[in-house]
Design a protein around this ligand. Structure first.
Ligand code: SAM
Length: 297
């Protein structure tokens, strides 16, 4: 029997089929849990960018085994519709939209989540810088939602592209979590730039009030950022350099700055138009360029 294209699929693809997972990505979350015990004590979880739903399947199978079903709450969100899963509430929406964030918050009815996961990925354009940028925006939108629903001490796991500016993302995450680790599960292809940030012990800065003023969210134009206070407001220092002895760029000064000296014109070091072929142009104008008796150039 000849090889079909299916045989060439990797081991995790085949295992996913055998074990009934909707996608091979299920193994990434399972392996992250093996390493970090993510599901320990978890009964309320959010799965952002969940379709086709293998991470929600993992959450549903793992959390509902450990706890009474009524205690477990799983909310899954994606742009795409998903086939139903036991114990999973589904929201079809864009996680960068404030309306979606508000709907997720509503489902938790004031009781926070223990875990937020996000496997979100944009449609890859092939332009690495653009893909990395969009991925980072998705992660920040997920982080913003997380600050509204996660309990102190809770965990956030998200896909990240390890591009050249990834350090900025790590420092943004470190503001909210005591521990941030970048993990690459075995099931994530070595050729892929993807990895997962495992952020543990949610501890926002003192006085931080979750707000929808994230400029990534769609309504940011309605927000008066100047009204935000404390750690919610970003203020960077403004420094006027130099002292009054330096020239003021908005004032007019006499041509001769030193009054004791006579003004002397200084020609520009490089006149704007003096091409090396200027003489040839001149000769051509007087019809002397191709003549034998033309003066030598
Ligand atoms: N974890 C999923 C699973 O195991 O089945 C796979 C997720 S798939 C790699 C990435 C998902 O991100 C896609 O289903 C896509 O629709 C979703 N996505 C991308 N941008 C999104 C956005 N702005 N809001 C919601 N979902 C988004």
């Amino acid at each position: 029997m000849g090889r079909s294209s299916k045989d060439k699929r990797d081991i995790y693809y085949r295992l996913a089929k055998e074990e009934g997972w909707r996608a091979r990505s299920a193994f990434k979350l399972l392996q992250l849990d093996q390493e970090f015990s993510l599901f320990h004590g978890v009964s309320r979880a959010v799965d952002l960018c969940a379709a086709p739903g293998s991470w929600s399947q993992v959450l549903s199978r793992k959390l509902r085994v450990k706890k009474e079903h009524e205690e477990v709450k799983i909310v899954a969100v994606d742009l795409q519709a998903m086939a139903p899963l036991p114990g999973v509430t589904q929201i079809q929406g864009d996680i960068t939209k404030v309306s979606t964030a508000q709907e997720i918050i509503r489902h938790f009815e004031g009781r926070p989540a223990d875990l937020v996961v996000c496997d979100g990925a944009p449609d890859v354009t092939g332009l690495h810088d653009v893909d990395e940028y969009i991925q980072a925006q998705l992660l920040l939108a997920a982080l913003n939602i997380t600050t509204h629903v996660l309990k102190p001490g809770g965990a956030f796991v998200a896909k990240i592209f390890r591009g050249k500016d990834v350090t900025l993302l790590y420092s943004q995450l470190k503001i909210f979590f005591s521990s941030v680790t970048c993990a690459k599960p075995r099931s994530s292809r070595n050729s892929s730039i993807e990895a997962f940030v495992v952020c543990q012990s949610y501890s926002p800065p003192e006085g931080y009030v979750p707000n929808m003023s994230n400029p990534l969210l769609d309504h940011c134009y309605d927000v008066d950022f100047n009204q935000l206070e404390g750690p919610n407001r970003v203020v960077v220092p403004f420094l006027a350099c130099g002292d009054l002895s330096a020239f003021d760029s908005d004032r007019s000064y006499p041509l001769q700055l030193d009054a004791s000296k006579q003004y002397q014109y200084t020609p520009p070091t490089q006149p704007p138009i003096r091409p090396p072929y200027q003489q040839a142009c001149q000769l051509r104008k007087t019809n002397q360029l191709a003549r034998e008796d033309a003066p030598a150039l």
